[in-house]
Design a protein. Structure first.
Length: 89
């Protein structure tokens, strides 16, 4: 394949990806069903919200965010240390 064809197809692909037009599927069959599942057992039958469930959910989300922040901090620290070691030689 020549480079001109590669460039042509690459440009065509970029134009297709960067187009402001949205491609909308007209087929309804490929959409997931909207039925309610019995997966969420935390909701009580009386319709009231249990504050303990909400607090536990908020704590889990906060713990997950803390873990993600620690991973990023560790990666950045490792990058700084490795760069320092490389530059010291």
């Amino acid at each position: 394949m020549s480079y001109s064809l590669i460039v042509y197809y690459t440009i065509q692909w970029l134009v297709a990806c960067m187009s402001a037009e949205k491609i909308i599927s007209t087929e309804i069959n490929d959409l997931p069903s909207l039925t309610t599942t019995e997966k969420n057992k935390e909701i009580s039958s009386s319709g009231r919200v249990d504050i303990n469930i909400l607090l536990n959910r908020a704590r889990k989300i906060k713990e997950k965010e803390n873990k993600i922040n620690l991973v990023f901090f560790g990666l950045i620290s490792a990058l700084v240390v490795i760069t320092g070691i490389i530059l010291s030689f």
